[in-house]
Design a protein around this ligand. Structure first.
Ligand code: KIV
Ligand code: NA
Length: 270
């Protein structure tokens, strides 16, 4: 099977919205990627791995080396989807040159197809710098978790007219700079729709609108691994319960000396 390409995906948007919604999920490990890959167009190695895998309080402490290690695992575990790796906080904001150094390391060391970065118009020159030098970019506007220390939390964005106008302008600037897609996170629905209609790039919603060009969720959220999730998450499974129940059964059998059984035990030949 030939892997999907960024230009092929990008072509899905003809006019105001795509007829064939883009399916995107996060993946951090090879096995997770193997299971998700056949069902997705895009796999995102999100810096949400900071909280989800490493138990960090936010994505701010995530390092470029962490992103590269997980990015390489996800590329190894996938054969169909376009793999995009988040640039972590601190790796790209200072200058387009800094961003290129980080992004080129990510492409060379993981084999992924492109990167995602957070921020609006202020990042447009960086997006142009990367795309014109061979690195596909996804933008990310609205609720941008790396800016949690400025935003003061993870509340929905775009509730005032000024904020709404800024989010649309930010997405336009990123699209004009060459971002092939823009993630719109945690915004009131009319803004997600306005952004989708305003730009030629794909608009991927997370807490956006069903009318976006595609959707993304954090896989562990979607699988029900966490007790508390944002309103925009739909749980398609309850893995927390499944895993706890399995651990409890295992613990019970070890304590009762009923595991390992005869089937799990090696015996001498003859
Ligand atoms: O890090 C992440 O998982 C993300 C998605 C939620 C868009 O950026
Ligand atoms: Na992210």
């Amino acid at each position: 099977i030939k892997r999907l390409t960024v230009p092929a995906l990008r072509q899905r948007k003809q006019g105001r919205a795509t007829a064939d919604p883009v399916v995107m999920l996060t993946a951090y490990t090879a096995r997770q990627a193997q299971l998700l890959d056949p069902h997705c167009d895009l796999l995102l190695v999100g810096d949400s791995l900071g909280q989800v895998i490493y138990g960090l309080p936010s994505s701010v402490p995530v390092s470029l080396d962490m992103m590269i290690a997980h990015g390489a695992a996800v590329v190894r575990g996938s054969w169909h989807s376009v793999v995009i790796v988040d640039l972590p906080f601190g790796a790209y904001e200072a200058s387009p040159e800094a961003a290129f150094a980080a992004a080129s390391r990510v492409l060379k060391e993981t084999g992924c197809a492109g990167i995602k970065l957070e921020g609006g118009a202020v990042m447009a020159p960086t997006v142009e710098f990367l795309v014109s030098r061979g690195i596909p970019v996804i933008g990310h506007v609205g609720l941008t978790p790396q800016a949690v220390n400025v935003l003061g939390g993870y509340n929905a964005r775009g509730r005032t007219d000024a904020e709404a106008a800024k989010i649309v302008a930010d997405a336009k600037a990123l699209a004009d700079a060459g971002a092939f897609a823009v993630v719109v996170e945690g915004v009131v629905e009319p803004i997600a729709v306005a952004v989708t209609e305003a730009i030629d790039s794909l608009v991927i919603g997370i807490g956006g609108s069903v009318r976006c060009d595609g959707q993304v969720l954090v896989t562990e959220d979607m699988l029900g691994m966490f007790e508390r999730v944002p309103r925009f998450v739909k749980r398609y499974e309850n893995l927390a319960e499944t895993i706890s129940a399995a651990a409890a059964r295992y613990a019970g059998e070890v304590r009762a000396r009923t595991f390992p059984g005869i089937e799990q035990t090696y015996q001498p030949k003859g």
